[in-house]
Design a protein around this ligand. Structure first.
Ligand code: NAD
Length: 482
């Protein structure tokens, strides 16, 4: 039997008049039907959110905090069911869903439940004028939240948690390709004590449900994570309403490896940063610059390790890499490898080089092997465009100055990793890289207190304890003369 999802509006599950198919990426089968919502459903959800706003926004931060913590408890309690669902829906390995996606989704609520209690506003005194000034912050209203398919519940809750912690109510639209865990979360809201209408979830496509939300006059802020192309469309569509936008977009992230790097640590981490979650993380490394002196050794060892990665049935806990999200996406990623080949690059392992053997139940799934490309020019589309799959390019460099220039010569600016044991160099390079996040001698170590986001075509705005608080509240400066 197919799993049939329903929208969650005003605290109730409501069926939709039409549905779209969702596929299990590891088998290629349709297994779920997702509401194909449009203006009407978005209208109902925005109304429910507006109605709930006065009560929710007037609760104390402590009351909201307790509810968020309860929701975190409930997600943690059902962690295994959520992880199974995320892996089936998205194609990611069960191990990744169990250890990254779902724990982080629960932690997003726990983190903002705590951080909302610790903000202080500003105050200045102007004694000569007999005045004090202070700022106050208030929730904005109904927040529109739109998320992508790569880390479904993880990224959706990264928006819902700060939005409601600040006292807003929300209408969320997950990706039409990965809607199941958001729907499962809706089942827990009442038990957690989230009042009806505070969190509404409308399922459907970007062009129908997403645009209806972006264009709705009663939704003054939109937090979006997804592609740069969609973000451009969202900016256009929301421009007539001058909406407040937070945009977390794509990346073309470099790893810069100097010849004094600890190669053991660097190779194992760079494998993860290139291929974790099938390379479908906005922070994944896809351009690896290696200093000339260690280039051959790095390449040899990196390719040998990439070949050891096990690709297969995502529900097998020994598998390192699962299926890509869709048939179309797999084709797109494969096409990049073909283009590189046509340009004269060398494919050292993976696509077109090694053969992939899959269990009988996964023959129609959207799998490909970790692929390493070399002898590729900086101008190549494989070095310029976001591929968002298990494909990474490795090239050599000579000097610090040169590599900074080459790392910066893309339109994106999300994240970078720098590998070196020279502290001075690490700082120098980090300061000069055009990106919102720099990890040195590590990858994906996050403190949610600090700003997350990109520059250039990778986004506008940052998210984090203070940044999300500022985005999801409206500030006012008040002057008192005594
Ligand atoms: P996408 O832009 O196609 O879709 C993202 C969301 O926007 C989906 O829910 C989609 O339905 C919706 N959408 C699509 N068109 C819309 C429109 N016209 N109006 C309103 N909503 C619309 O992105 P995707 O393919 O789902 O996700 C992959 C992209 O997301 C990659 O580029 C990746 O780098 C990026 N990403 C960025 C971050 C980050 O934090 N910077 C994190 C994860 C993913």
């Amino acid at each position: 039997a197919l799993l049939v999802l329903e929208n969650f509006i005003g605290g109730k599950f409501v069926p939709c008049s039409s549905y779209i198919d969702a596929y299990n990426p590891s088998t290629g089968d349709v297994y779920c039907r997702v509401p194909d919502s449009g203006k009407e459903e978005v209208e109902a959800a925005v109304k429910a959110a507006k109605d709930a706003f006065p009560i929710w926004s007037s609760k104390s931060p402590l009351e909201r905090s307790q509810i968020l913590n309860k929701l975190a408890d409930l997600i943690e309690h059902d962690l295994e069911a959520f992880a199974q669902a995320e892996s089936k829906d998205q194609g990611k390995t069960i191990t990744f869903a169990r250890t990254v996606d779902i724990p982080r989704a629960a932690y997003n609520f726990r983190f903002f439940a705590s951080s909302i209690l610790h903000h202080v506003t500003e105050c200045t005194e102007m004694a000569t004028m007999g005045c004090v000034h202070y700022t106050s912050r208030a929730p904005v209203g109904v927040a529109g939240l739109i998320s992508p398919w790569n880390l479904p519940l993880y990224l959706l809750t990264w928006k819902i948690a700060p939005a409601i912690a600040c006292g807003n109510t929300v209408v969320a639209k997950p990706s039409e390709m990965t809607s199941v865990t958001a729907w499962m979360m809706c089942k827990l809201l009442e038990k957690a004590g989230v009042p009806h209408g505070v969190v509404n979830v409308v399922f459907g496509t970007g062009t129908k449900a997403g645009e209806a939300l972006v264009c709705h006059p009663d939704v003054p802020l939109i937090s979006f994570t997804g592609s740069t192309l969609t973000a451009q469309r969202i900016m256009e569509k929301s421009a007539p309403h001058c909406k407040r936008l937070s945009l977390e977009l794509g990346g073309k992230n470099p790893a810069i490896i100097f010849d004094d790097a600890d190669l053991n640590q660097c190779i194992s981490t760079t494998l993860r940063s290139s291929f974790a979650n099938q390379g479908e993380i906005c922070l994944c490394t896809s351009r690896i610059f290696v200093q000339r002196g260690i280039y051959s050794e790095f390449l040899k060892r990196f390719v040998a390790e990439a070949r050891k990665w096990k690709t297969g049935n995502p529900s097998d806990p020994t598998v390192d890499m699962g299926a890509l999200i869709s048939k179309e996406h797999l084709e797109k990623v494969r096409n990049y490898v073909k283009k590189a080949q046509a340009e004269g690059a060398r494919i050292l392992c993976g696509e077109g080089v090694d053969s992939l053997s899959l269990p009988s139940g996964n023959q129609k799934g959207y799998f490909m092997l970790p692929t390493v490309i070399t002898e590729v020019k900086d101008e190549s589309c494989c070095m310029q465009e976001e591929i968002f799959g298990p494909v990474t390019c490795v090239v050599a460099f000579d000097t610090e100055e040169e590599v900074i220039k080459r790392a910066n010569c893309v339109k994106y600016g999300l994240a970078a990793t720098v590998w070196s044991s020279n502290v001075g160099r690490v700082h120098r390079v980090a300061h000069r890289l055009q990106c919102g996040l720099v990890w040195t001698n590590c990858w994906l170590v996050r403190d949610l207190n600090l700003p997350f986001g990109g520059m250039k075509a990778s986004g506008i705005g940052r998210e984090g304890a203070k940044d999300s608080y500022e985005f999801f509240t409206e500030v006012k400066t008040i002057t008192i003369k005594h």
